[in-house]
Design a protein around this ligand. Sequence first.
Ligand SMILES: Cc1cc2nc3c(=O)[nH]c(=O)nc-3n(C[C@H](O)[C@H](O)[C@H](O)COP(=O)(O)OP(=O)(O)OC[C@H]3O[C@@H](n4cnc5c(N)ncnc54)[C@H](O)[C@@H]3O)c2cc1C
Length: 479
Amino acid sequence: MEEEFFDSVIIGRGLAGLSTAIETTKEKNTAVFFSEEKKSFESSSFNAQGGISAAIAKNDLVKEHFNDTVRAGAGLCEEKIVKILVEKGKEKVLELIEQGFEFDENEKGISLGLEAGHSKNRVLHADGDNIGREITKFYFKLAKEKNIHFFPEQTLKEVIIENNSGKAAVFEDFTAKFNSLVFASGGYSSLYGKSTNPKGNLGEANSIALKAGVHLMDLEFEQFHPTTIKGNNFLLSETLRGEGAFLVNDLNEKFMRKFEGKDLATRDIVSQEIFLQINSGRKVFLDCTKIENLKQRFPSIYKKTRELGLKIEEKAIEIEPAAHYSIGGIKIDENARTNIRNIFAAGECSCSGLHGANRLASNSLLEAMVFGSIAGRNSLKEKNEKSKTKIELKTKESNSDFNLNNLKELMRNFVGIQRNENGLKKALQEIRKMQENNSTFLAEKIIESALNREESRGCHFRTDFPETKKNAVHSVLSE
Ligand SMILES: Cc1cc2nc3c(=O)[nH]c(=O)nc-3n(C[C@H](O)[C@H](O)[C@H](O)COP(=O)(O)OP(=O)(O)OC[C@H]3O[C@@H](n4cnc5c(N)ncnc54)[C@H](O)[C@@H]3O)c2cc1C
């Protein structure tokens, strides 16, 4: 097996990976490994539609962004992490503007959208609903100006840790030894039957990390996006509701009007209510017909709905929720450090307690930028002894008898928006009969975490434990 040594190894080329990579310096030898093809940019980052939140408006304060994030997080946010996000996030956004990134503007300056759970208009967007594409391309350009090696179609298979120190990242035919390793490998929402994520987002790197000795946290908190097109995984961004769209059922009831925040209540509340509506036999629709300039403001959504034969500007579209964002992940502190000396994590694969039990909309691109750059800076300080030990891939997975769709359906049916002990145990029992691999391993850990949390909080709703406990605690997993 071919072997090479790098100062910094980064797993993932989404916004968190790129943000980590651009912190590198000329003297350092940085490598970015990622599963997708060189030209594909298949990542959640690339697909992001809505925007990036930052308190840059004259009538806004970082303190208010902080308060909104903590309120959405249902008692489980780590406040010092939230403070870093809102303060450094605002600086990052201003720096981006300085570097020449073009956010959309209106006659008053940068145009700021409103999203669920935000008390102020603070969501910056680019080329309408194409923030993900635009910002990923911009960061990639910055990264290409540095001396970074990109390795496409390299899926991480194993991480070697000895004496609390990471030594090597092992791929199918290649071993990368390192001074430091940063996981920036995205979330695991595609473990669910209906998901907005790219199909590769199965959290395999999280499984690999846990098996190697890295701690994970809060896996039971999977955020469901309330509005995806029924029968299709395409997301209808929350910004549509920020611009005047509303939810309505087939009895013409605007059922969100009875909740605080109405159609812009936090995601957990909106998804729960849609779930109840659908379960009681109703059909649910997103009515976007009142939005002005819909074609210009949301070009991708307009184009996609047209391709599906839907006239979004004329007729309400039937929707259903889908698994969208993995709040849980690799446990990190405010320095993006894991429990292993020279291993870091950033972005959606990580869990710092930032989002608590429910992520505030448009905080995750910001998280990828802020914590990617913290991870990048800190990882450059690490030093490893160059080891001469030959490394072989220990775990060769054979997936010949494994049916991913069966796993996804179990996760969707029993570990979804509402869970209970019977369903969780049934899913666990069925998954344990399947051939073990990184996906089933992580799914089991998610279910065990959901079983252990005997309360309802944020996006974890247990029908058998509907109350929220007084004390909010994280669930930490170690192998
Ligand atoms: C449709 C959609 C719309 C969204 N809209 C918004 C929005 O408007 N605002 C917002 O803030 N957030 C939004 N989000 C969430 C946000 O996009 C993500 O949380 C964020 O982009 C995650 O970035 P990341 O770099 O951590 O991971 P990703 O962008 O998912 O990148 C993960 C990278 O890791 C690589 N990888 C994974 N596993 C391995 C492995 N085993 N080996 C090697 N490489 C691996 C992948 O190939 C990929 O390159 C949206 C998400 C989706 C899906």
